[in-house]
Design a protein around this ligand. Structure first.
Ligand SMILES: [Zn+2]
Length: 404
């Protein structure tokens, strides 16, 4: 890896270490430039009309006899918002499909009940946990990522179901390139299979590469790379709702809460929003590795979003980042993950140390790590605490391990 001097956007607090981010000549990041576009340049009325056309086309195609679209649902506020808009506002008949992570929280399970209130059919799909755990373990060692398998499954299971059920329209949520930066794809209206393959989150490592003595081709059939030929045959149309409707986390939250979605009572598990990262115990660990690999975490993401929405000053953001961004995930979540893949706590931290990006992180003395040129201050040592969880949350932690 080349030597890297960490630099920050002059408008928000996003660093240049963020994957897919671009900076212009004035030192402004592409997410900030996109947010100006969202406010001033994009014609949302026209895009809304375009969305109506697409939805009507698929309504006609299904002839009101079956599902007219698939909506991928995690149980988070955004996916509940998506389902609500499709069913109630556009009178569609969506089929909600969820990839069920083994590490789903009780709150994640509870929040899926919002679908009951909206009133849609729902598939809560769990691939073979023995296979999932094998890949989770291997990918943790290989990529330092606890959620690689979750993302691999989400991006592949949905188009595979679209093919199997013959439903061409899939309505995804935000275009994350538009929301978080990535000039090249911020104007894409579709989440094609080619686009998801390019996402750094899938590590350019498709499902087929996991086939081995213990993992057969048929074991990965639900999350294998979808066949391009089959997708063409059904005229697959995977749109980003966030391309057509101006995306706003706070509005999505409001609508989801109205439908029974419950945020976390004890404040955010990571970052600033207590409605985020609730549904799975492994996702906060995944985010924590961003801190190690890129020197920023959810507080940076969320503060940057608040600045762009005009709800926070950069000064306030810097204060929050320096106070909170290096918080570790709950100890109990790490323990549950170690148990899931059958490794010790010390092995976990060895892997974490391996993935700490030494171009950003410097060592003061024994285990006293700091980020050089960090926004939060000069030579701040990485001694943040762990997020605390309630007794109730602890009770619901399950044994996720499998014997192979
Ligand atoms: Zn910015």
């Amino acid at each position: 890896m080349k030597k890297l001097k960490i630099k920050y956007c002059k408008n928000c607090v996003t660093p240049n270490t963020r994957p897919d981010i671009d900076f212009d000549n004035f030192g402004i990041c592409s997410a900030c430039n996109s947010s100006v576009q969202k406010k001033k340049i994009i014609n949302w009325k026209k895009r809304f009309k375009d969305l109506k056309k697409i939805l009507n086309k698929h309504k006609k195609l299904s002839k009101n006899k079956s599902y007219d679209c698939i909506v991928p649902v995690s149980g988070g506020k955004d996916s509940i918002y998506q389902t609500y808009i499709l069913k109630k506002k556009f009178k569609m008949n969506p089929l909600a499909i969820t990839w069920r992570p083994l590490s789903r929280t009780f709150r994640g399970e509870e929040n899926l009940l919002a679908l009951k209130k909206i009133g849609v059919d729902h598939i809560d799909f769990t691939p073979n946990p023995k296979i999932i755990n094998q890949i989770t373990k291997k990918s943790f060692f290989k990529f330092g990522d606890t959620s690689y398998i979750d993302h691999l499954c989400i991006f592949n299971i949905i188009p595979n179901f679209a093919i199997k059920l013959g439903i061409p329209l899939v309505v995804w949520g935000e275009n994350w390139y538009l929301e978080y930066g990535g000039k090249k794809f911020s104007n894409n209206s579709k989440l094609t299979v080619q686009l998801s393959k390019q996402n750094h989150i899938l590590k350019k490592f498709p499902s087929e590469k996991w086939i081995s003595k213990n993992i057969k081709k048929r074991d990965i059939s639900s999350f294998k790379s979808p066949s391009v030929k089959e997708l063409k045959k059904i005229k697959y149309e995977p749109i980003f709702l966030g391309y057509f409707i101006n995306w706003d986390i706070k509005r999505n939250r409001k609508i989801s809460v109205k439908n029974g979605f419950k945020p976390r009572e004890m404040g955010p598990i990571m970052g600033l929003y207590n409605e985020s990262d609730l549904d799975c115990t492994n996702i906060p660990i995944h985010h924590y590795f961003k801190w190690l690999k890129f020197g920023f975490n959810r507080v940076t993401d969320n503060c940057s979003n608040e600045i762009r929405k005009g709800r926070m000053s950069r000064k306030k953001a810097i204060k929050l980042v320096s106070k909170l961004d290096g918080m570790k995930p709950p100890k109990e979540y790490i323990k549950a993950f170690c148990n899931q893949i059958r490794i010790s706590n010390s092995k976990f931290w060895k892997v974490a140390d391996k993935f700490r990006n030494k171009n950003i992180w410097k060592k003061k003395s024994l285990n006293k790590w700091y980020i050089e040129n960090w926004l939060g201050g000069k030579k701040v040592i990485d001694n943040f605490g762990y997020t605390k969880i309630s007794r109730k949350e602890k009770i619901f932690l399950m044994d996720l391990s499998t014997k192979n």
